[in-house]
Structures are given as structure tokens and as C-alpha cells.
Ligand binder design. Structure first.
Ligand code: ATP
Ligand code: MG
Length: 386
């Protein structure tokens, strides 16, 4: 279930804490990252948007916990709420539902029961949530074309979807998105971090901080200096991603090859993670390593895809079949090698000029965008090798 990995447990019975945490974590997609016993503490966690689901332990005294549950459900109508108790009489379940709880599971919590409850909540929140698609573009190794593809993809998505596409540069230290578009932004993600610290970060502030370009792409640039990166915490990133996916249909993120708390804050929200690599033993090997760690960290494998960049069609040491065997799935897209074309667009700072060119690189990136926007059997498709 998307965004429901970080859970907050509301529990007033400390003696049950260990068993509850173990039961919740066993076999489910949930991590209990917070445990609180008062409404004040819970409000703090929710204000930081650091939990995607709240589990209320109704024992030993259900009434006061249900009062808290009701307040949370009124204040956060989009937050999935689950309740658990050793009692499973209809009266208690009805009271919990009336208070705004989405699902009830009986204690001791069985992994199957919890999994089924999460699945039911997933369909409800997917149906009701006004969420944009978040596409993360990251590289299996440095310099393999991640930024070029992220920029091209944002342009193509904006053109195809006819809505403004946001391109966020989360390569906080050395990101090159703004330079690629030859623009000098007034604001960066650092300014948003400051607004967040002042409790002022909302969608209007976020929108004002984006740099809109005539090509229908709005850029959220990396901090101006490396020192400013420190202010950009995982909480800031989570908040920004929530606002972006809440307000824009498509958000493309240029993401560095790391698995720290900041990148995980983005990956938690990703609908699709494109790992860019090249057709070499080392690069494909790294792509597989990266896929595995993302899966271990809870990014569903079906959301991770591999894009082979700079493919020149020649048969090197590693074949297409070898590559697909290594990554254990079909390559999502192949982008041809054309250094003169790509480097000219980058050097001139005018990636949008690609539109006037009848070029295979542009065509390949356009195809990726079509898979995303038109959902033409996107993730299940087996693309033809060029
Ligand atoms: N399809 C392509 N054909 C030829 N050259 C390409 C292609 N894609 C990218 N390049 C070239 O590869 C170089 C690196 O590109 P880019 O900056 O996009 O990579 P990156 O993975 O973002 O790098 P970094 O790890 O530094 O962030 C650039 O010189 C670019 O022109
Ligand atoms: Mg880059």
C-alpha cells in the first residue's frame, strides 16, 4: 500500500508495547516508527507528516482512545486509521468505526488479518486520494545520463499530458537540473526548508518557490550551496513530496544514487523508479544491486524499472539477454547513444529544443513518457529492443 510503511502506534498500555510492535511488523508492510500515548504527542507526529497510518490500541480502556481516534479522523480525513483490541464484539467494532476508524483487527494481530486490512484500506485511499504520479529517475552509476533523462522525461510528460510537470532536483549537493535549463532560480528547496521550520510551508508557498519554464515544466532546484543542504531534512522532503503529488499530476525527481533518509523520503512516494544504466557488466550489475536494496527497503519491485541509456546497438561483452537475466525482468526502455545531440542540448541549456529535432534519443524518451502518461500497458510491457 502506497505511503503506508511508516506507522504510528497509539498505545496507552506500555506492557503491551513489545508484543504489539512485533505483531505489527511481522509479515506486514508496516514499520512502527513512532509510539505515543497522548493526543499531544500524536499531533506532533502528524504535524510532521511522519506517519502514513495510525494504529490505535484500544485496550485496556477503549473509550478515551476512541475519543482521540475521533479527533484525529476529523482533523486528518485522508489518514488511514486502524484499531486493535483483544475484544471483538460488534459494539466495540461499531464504536471504532463510528469514531472514524477504517479497519479493525483483533489481538493478537495475525499477519494475514493485518495484510487484509491494509489491502482494504489501500483500495479506499487510492480511490479517494487526489495524488499525482511521482517518477524518480536515478542512476546505477555516476554520469550514466540520469539528469539528461529526467529533464527530457519532464519535458515530454508536460507536452503529452498538457499539464505542468514538476521537475525536482533532489541531487542536493551536485544537482544540475537548473543549469541544464540554463535558468537562475530565485528560490530553491532550501527556502522551502526554512519555510517548513517556520511552520509556513503550504501549497501556495511551494508553488511560489517553483521556477516555471515556458516549456510547461516547473523546476524545484537543489540548494544554492552545499552547506544549505543540511537544512533539507527527510521531514522537509516528505512534506514537499506530499504537496507536490497533491497539487501536480506528474512530478519527476532527479534522485542521487543513495539510500539515506532523504532519498528514502522520496522513494516512499514513488510510483515508478527508473534506474538508468548503460549496457556494461558493471553498470547492469550495479542496477541489479540497486534494485535489490530498494526492494529490501520496501520499494515494491514492480515499481522499479531499468532504462539502458547510450545503447548503440553494437554487441559488446554483455548482451541484451544477459542484462535482462541479471536484472530478472525486461528492460523498460532503451535510449540510444548520440553524444553530439545530447551534449549540445545540455551545453546550450535548451533541452526543449529537442522537440524540433527528429532524433532517436528524443523519440526514446518520448516513448517512456507515453508509457507513463498514456499508461499503455506501461509496467507490464516488454519493449522491443532497438
Ligand atoms: N543518450 C545519450 N547519448 C549520448 N550521450 C549522453 C546520453 N545521455 C547522456 N549523455 C551524456 O552523458 C553525460 C552525463 O550526463 P548526465 O549529466 O545526464 O548524467 P548523470 O547520470 O546525471 O551524471 P551525474 O552522476 O554527474 O549526476 C553528459 O555529457 C551527456 O551529454
Ligand atoms: Mg545528474
Amino acid at each position: 500500500m502506497r505511503n503506508v510503511r511508516r506507522a504510528c502506534l497509539y498505545n496507552t498500555d506500555s506492557a503491551s508495547s513489545k508484543a504489539l510492535r512485533e505483531q505489527i511488523s511481522a509479515g506486514s508492510a508496516l514499520d512502527v516508527v513512532h509510539e505515543v500515548a497522548t493526543l499531544e504527542k500524536l499531533a506532533e507526529v502528524l504535524r510532521l507528516r511522519d506517519a502514513k497510518i495510525v494504529i490505535f490500541h484500544l485496550d485496556p480502556e477503549p473509550e478515551p482512545v476512541l475519543e482521540v481516534l475521533e479527533q484525529v479522523s476529523v482533523r486528518y480525513p485522508d489518514l488511514p486509521l486502524l484499531a486493535t483490541s483483544h475484544q471483538s464484539g460488534p459494539e466495540l467494532i461499531l464504536s471504532a468505526m463510528r469514531a472514524g476508524c477504517d479497519q479493525f483487527v483483533r489481538k493478537p494481530i495475525e499477519p494475514e488479518d493485518l495484510g487484509a486490512a491494509l489491502a482494504r484500506m489501500a483500495s479506499k485511499y487510492r480511490l479517494t486520494r487526489k495524488a499525482g504520479k511521482c517518477i524518480c529517475v536515478t542512476g546505477a552509476s555516476g554520469g550514466c545520463g540520469t539528469t539528461s533523462i529526467a529533464c527530457g522525461l519532464a519535458l515530454e510528460i508536460a507536452r503529452l499530458s498538457t499539464t505542468r510537470c514538476v521537475l525536482a532536483d533532489l541531487d542536493l549537493q551536485f544537482g544540475t537540473v537548473a543549469v541544464t535549463f540554463d535558468c537562475e532560480p530565485t528560490f530553491s528547496i532550501y527556502d522551502l526548508a526554512q519555510e517548513h521550520a517556520d511552520g509556513e510551508l503550504d501549497s501556495a508557498v511551494l508553488e511560489a518557490a517553483l521556477t516555471p519554464l515556458p516549456c510547461n515544466v516547473s523546476i524545484l532546484p537543489r540548494p544554492a550551496t552545499i552547506r544549505q543542504q543540511r537544512a533539507v531534512t527527510p521531514e522537509v522532503i516528505r512534506r514537499i513530496m506530499d504537496l507536490l503529488t497533491g497539487g501536480y499530476e506528474y512530478v519527476v525527481v532527479d534522485l542521487p544514487r543513495q539510500t539515506d533518509a532523504c532519498t528514502m523520503a522520496v522513494l516512499d512516494q514513488a510510483d515508478l523508479v527508473l534506474i538508468v544504466c548503460q549496457l556494461s557488466v558493471l553498470s547492469i550489475g550495479n542496477a541489479k544491486r540497486y534494485m535489490d536494496v530498494l526492494s529490501d527497503l520496501g520499494v515494491p519491485p514492480e515499481r522499479t524499472e531499468v532504462v539502458v541509456n547510450r545503447h548503440d546497438g553494437s554487441r559488446g561483452l554483455i548482451t541484451v539477454e544477459d542484462a535482462q537475466e541479471t536484472i530478472e525482468k525486461p528492460v523498460f526502455a532503451w535510449v540510444p547513444n548520440d553524444y553530439a545531440f545530447v551534449s549540445e542540448l545540455l551545453d546550450l541549456g535548451r533541452p526543449a529544443d529537442a522537440f524540433s529535432a527528429d532524433n532517436p534519443v528524443r523519440e526514446a524518451i518520448g516513448q517512456i513518457a507515453r508509457k507513463i502518461v498514456l499508461c499503455s500497458p506501461a509496467h507490464a510491457a516488454v519493449p522491443a529492443e532497438p
